[in-house]
Design a protein around this ligand. Structure first.
Ligand code: FAD
Length: 404
């Protein structure tokens, strides 16, 4: 039997884009249902960075003080170790925001925090274990979604469907939206190694001869991201675990006594990295935002910020319309028009990082500091540029959707 629901806006995906869009629309009085396919938010691969611009949004929403009570680390300066030399990369202390730091918080804590506040709103509903499997059309207009749930199939009709279902978006595929792919030369191996009290403080990453190891502090363990050439995992496996362990130790020697914890390939996950962008983010009755509209690489750690900025722009531009009825295709295009150039700029930066700093030809085989890092080391003022780019991003959004 198929269940049926009707709402004003249905959102596929409970990641940063979907939960933030759902919260803001509901806060502005728009009835919203968010569908998340997993049973909880506990997943490893999402990235843990809460940017100063997102913290500023928390301030604008009156949630900042409460948010900062959640366990997190505040990083005021990002540092990297490049070919053995410590290099300061970004200085957040001069940003024009209330929080002049990057907060590292497991993304599941962030999503739990936001969704708890959203659930307190009468017009917000979050349905976990609800996987969107198809769209419903009325001629050319998208009028809802079909979802697989533990209790069978559910049909939800809505004036607007928002695709916030990430980089493997079913919504964009079913909507037939055309995607532009930008080649990415890297994938990431994702694994955990235990942490000790006297370990060095969290660093942005360890670059060495065009290779990169990132360590995220998750309290009692390090979440490690080891960048490998795209498609290179089978070759790494063929060379054996010992060589991978040695490679990790060559970046971060303090892990030598623990790297043996990686004693089985099942403890090492392969995350494929993509950068792509939809040509049209919308069609009649449907809008894609976040990674569903533009898949981001981890380079620069800015994908979460961008997804949240999309969500804020969506609520700013559409809440009023949706409160009173459907949004037109022209209304939906305004969201793309507002968010497309910041996206283009950031993706161009990510492509630059891939080509030049990570597994790039200019950095491979060299022990010296690449020019970009030399400049950041010599001229402190330059560190404000990456801080601005990572911490705020181009065209920052502010909460303009009213509260009802
Ligand atoms: C290895 C890696 C590390 C990264 N690290 C960082 C970082 O440190 N900082 C940073 O800013 N960015 C990072 N990024 C990028 C960042 O993860 C994304 O840009 C960001 O998560 C996009 O948010 P989103 O809400 O659009 O999509 P997602 O975070 O992908 O969320 C999509 C949600 O939709 C759900 N979903 C998917 N399909 C369906 C469906 N059919 N029905 C219902 N629900 C569905 C998923 O379960 C998920 O919860 C990283 C990316 C990678 C690959």
């Amino acid at each position: 039997m198929t269940g049926k629901l009707q709402t004003r806006c249905v959102i596929a995906g409970g990641g940063p884009a979907g939960i933030m869009a759902g919260y803001l629309l509901a806060r502005a009085g728009v009835p919203v249902i968010v569908l998340e396919k997993h049973a909880d938010f506990f997943r490893d691969f999402r990235g843990d960075t809460i940017h100063p611009s997102t913290l500023e949004l928390m301030y604008e929403l009156g949630l900042l003080d409460e948010f900062l009570k959640e366990p997190h680390q505040e990083v005021r300066e990002l540092r990297a170790v490049v070919n053995g030399q410590a290099v300061p990369i970004a200085d957040f202390t001069k940003l024009p925001t209330h929080c002049k730091f990057l907060a590292f918080m497991p993304q599941w804590d962030f999503l739990n925090f936001l969704s708890t506040h959203a659930k307190a709103l009468p017009s917000f509903q979050l349905l976990m274990q609800h996987e969107v499997v198809d769209l419903i059309f009325d001629q050319q207009r998208v009028t809802g979604v079909r979802a697989k749930t533990p209790r069978g199939e559910l049909e939800i009709r809505a004036d607007l469907v928002i695709g916030a279902d990430g980089r493997h978006s079913i919504v964009q595929t079913r909507a037939g939206l055309d995607r532009e792919e930008f080649g990415v030369p890297i994938d990431v191996l994702w694994m955990r190694i235990s942490k000790k009290q006297d370990d060095p403080q969290q660093s942005f990453g360890f670059f060495q001869r065009g290779k990169l190891l990132v360590l995220l502090d998750r309290g009692d363990y390090w979440q490690c991201g080891f960048v490998i050439p795209k498609g290179g995992f089978d070759e790494i496996k063929a060379r054996g675990l010992q060589e991978l362990q040695n490679n990790i130790v060559s970046f971060a020697g303090f892990l030598r006594d623990r790297v043996g914890e990686l004693d089985d390939w099942s403890k090492i996950k392969l995350l494929t990295v993509q950068i792509n962008r939809l040509r049209d983010w919308c069609r009649d009755g449907l809008l894609c935002i976040g990674d569903s509209a533009h898949a981001m690489s981890p380079a620069g750690g800015v994908g979460i910020n961008l997804a949240i900025q999309d969500a804020v722009a969506t609520a700013n531009l559409l809440a009023e319309k949706l409160r009173n009825g459907p949004a037109s295709l022209d209304d939906l295009r305004k969201v793309q028009a507002r968010r497309e150039w910041p996206t283009r700029l950031i993706q161009a930066m990510q492509v630059f990082i891939h080509r030049n700093l990570v597994t790039g030809q200019t950095s491979q085989g060299k022990d010296s500091l690449p020019i970009v890092f030399r400049m950041l080391k010599c001229f402190p003022v330059l560190r404000q540029l990456p801080a601005r780019f990572i911490g705020i991003g181009p065209r920052p959004e502010h909460i303009c959707s009213g509260k009802r």
